[in-house]
Design a protein around this ligand. Sequence first.
Ligand SMILES: C[S@@+](CC[C@H](N)C(=O)[O-])C[C@H]1O[C@@H](n2cnc3c(N)ncnc32)[C@H](O)[C@@H]1O
Length: 302
Amino acid sequence: MSTEWPIIVQDIPGKGKGVIAARAIVPGELVLLEAPLFTLPSDYDNSAVLAKLAALTESEQRQFLSLTNCHQGRLPPPLGTCKTNALPCGDQSSSYGDRAERVGIFLMGSRFNSSCVQNVNNFWDDALQKISFRALKNIAAEEELCICYTELFATRENRQYKSKLGFGFECVCPACTLPPKEQKASDARRTTVGRLYGEISQCGNQPSLGLRKVKLVIQLLKEEGILECTGAIYYYDGFQFCVSCSDKRNAKQWVRKALEAETLGRGPDTSGAKMYRRYMENPSQHMAFGLLRKQNLAGPDN
Ligand SMILES: C[S@@+](CC[C@H](N)C(=O)[O-])C[C@H]1O[C@@H](n2cnc3c(N)ncnc32)[C@H](O)[C@@H]1O
């Protein structure tokens, strides 16, 4: 199926259908913006799905039923199809414990397969009431575009468990098929990032230590090839440590990086991007400005 977007939905060996690049795609490029066929509260059941289906046209119902159902024989088909394909309509990161209040079914967006080194980010744009998919990296023509269904900051074993249980597949992405020694190092990097996330939030009164941990997380994410999808929050942490010490110069550098990361994965018009732009103009607007002893900390490494 070819579309107005730079992507094609086609059969992918071993994965059913998937999305590939129709041409070379650059980082930050919007590859799909799509309205949902319908949305549901995230704790939906089969009768909620049936009520939504009843409101669709026959052609829409057929299109919904043509989506994959990896829960065949275990769940009623409408529910199984939703569980296989629903995407968050709101902030959701299982790694950070956020859960979107609603989910949606998207006829094209639901065709993105999963990789633990995703090259695309999905983001629900509340203002547009559409989901956007943006390239996080350079993607070559005919390369597959993938989002991530599982927890990024978990070991391979835990990620595999979730992929198998929730979506019925064994992940063979680059991060899940490393030789044993490298696999161990990758697991260690991901679990360390998960641990440091909690530790950074406890460093409010120790900005130098907090900043060192931020830099370590960024380094680990870079080594893992997943900085692009999660970087913004860590750059913003770096900004907050600097503003708390009235270090405007370094604060501006951190928030500039946060803005770049936000724009890359979510676009230039999100509430986060607007906030980062405001703080770039004037870091002292942040409520933590000057809370701690004035000192110069450090900016991002590059
Ligand atoms: C949301 S659908 C994605 C599109 C789907 N492949 C299709 O044909 O419509 C989720 C299903 O795709 C398949 N899938 C997703 N990522 C995969 C991967 N990395 N390897 C194998 N199968 C995958 C699994 O069957 C999963 O239940």
